[in-house]
Design a protein around this ligand. Structure first.
Ligand SMILES: NC(=O)c1ccc[n+]([C@@H]2O[C@H](COP(=O)([O-])OP(=O)(O)OC[C@H]3O[C@@H](n4cnc5c(N)ncnc54)[C@H](OP(=O)(O)O)[C@@H]3O)[C@@H](O)[C@H]2O)c1
Length: 277
């Protein structure tokens, strides 16, 4: 029998991609403004007659989270706790999405699932609190931590670069933040494998390889033949409300063991994505 799936945050950057990939499945998609995850009545009413819930909803504005701490914790933590309690009562498998921002970025190597989280901004703190509440109230779930995602449906580092390149002849990009740009299209495929296999626990997922934000900009501008000059700079040169981890690199061995196909180097999916922009 087919899984009955509920997707929360289905109109966001990742959620749209998941909804598209599951368009032939038995899936119900919810998002603001009709569905508010912080409203327990909304949660109870959508979590009926389903056996899997995929939670892509989140308060994702890292800068605004610094001044809207209550809202960030309501959406990213408290609501995930409520979701966990209902899912536990009804034996619903939860696939919850989290972030590299649970780490401080000071580690020299890659971050494994066993590394101790230590968020350095409110967004990261709220997401970590959500992970903990899910683990406290439920035991049939997976958490997929993502990093540096991009896709056709949302505001992201790649789309910002392309839009800025149309306004500026010189663009400064940081070369001291390291991670791996990760496609929401590829992430949706990973979620599809999780739906089929229902693994338990915490998993890190990112495209293979390591790059600075400057490396990624250079790669994108070369592919798109953008003439804007790129200048490498340091994170400390930009004044932001929220601190960013300098190292976001994940060890994805645990995730790779679940997946049927090898995780591709970041250049492959990003190259294909850029061909369509
Ligand atoms: N983008 C990244 O680089 C990145 C990196 C690591 C992890 N993640 C994680 O990936 C997941 C998906 O994020 P995304 O990139 O797809 O972000 P997104 O485009 O902002 O999607 C989040 C969705 O959640 C919705 N939402 C916000 N508050 C809600 C509420 N109270 N009730 C119901 N829905 C609500 C948003 O609606 P509105 O747009 O109307 O607010 C939006 O549709 C999140 O868990 C995020 O933490 C993202």
């Amino acid at each position: 029998m087919d899984n009955k799936i509920v997707l929360l945050g289905g109109r966001g950057m990742l959620g749209t991609e998941v909804a598209e990939l599951f368009s032939d499945a038995d899936i119900k998609v919810f998002d603001l403004p009709d569905f508010d995850i912080t409203n327990e009545n909304h949660l109870s009413s959508v979590l009926t007659d389903c056996d899997i819930v995929i939670n892509c909803s989140a308060f994702t504005d890292v800068e605004k989270a610094e001044s809207q701490q209550d809202m960030a914790f309501k959406v990213n933590a408290k609501a995930v706790g409520s979701l966990a309690k209902i899912a536990h009562q009804k034996n619903i498998y939860v696939i919850h999405i989290s972030t590299d921002f649970v780490f401080d970025g000071n580690k020299a190597g890659t971050y494994a699932e066993t590394d101790l989280p230590k968020p350095i901004n409110v967004y990261g703190q709220s997401k970590l609190a959500g992970e903990k509440l899910l683990a406290q109230y439920h035991n049939f779930y997976s958490i997929i931590r993502l990093q540096w995602t991009y896709g056709k449906n949302g505001n992201n580092f790649i789309s910002k670069l392309i839009s800025l390149s149309k306004q500026k002849s010189i663009l400064k990009v940081v070369n001291d933040q390291f991670g791996s740009p990760t496609s929401t299209k590829e992430t949706a495929k990973v979620i599809k494998e999780f739906v089929a296999k229902k693994p338990s626990g915490l998993f890190h997922y990112a495209a293979a390889g390591r790059a600075s934000r400057y490396d990624i900009a250079k790669f994108a501008f070369e592919k798109l033949k953008i003439k804007t000059e790129l200048v490498a700079c340091k994170t400390s040169e930009f004044k932001t409300a929220a601190q960013r981890p300098l190292n976001s690199c994940f060890c994805c061995d645990k995730m790779q063991a679940v997946l049927a196909e090898p995780i591709e180097p970041w250049q492959n999916p990003l190259g294909k994505f850029l061909e369509t922009t």
